[in-house]
Design a protein around this ligand. Sequence first.
Ligand SMILES: [Zn+2]
Length: 61
Amino acid sequence: MFLAELICSDEECELTLEAVDHLVQLELLVCEDCDCCLQIVSISSLEAVELEAPPEPALAA
Ligand SMILES: [Zn+2]
């Protein structure tokens, strides 16, 4: 998983977006406003932030 900061590739569109996803999915993202492709401007690995719920005690008092 990666945390990516994306901008719209359309120069007239000011959209910026942060997304957490697999790299292939990030590259497929399109702008919600104008449907242009988004460009990744920064990316960082989130290997440690896999969605993993801590185990909860099954018995409630
Ligand atoms: Zn756009």
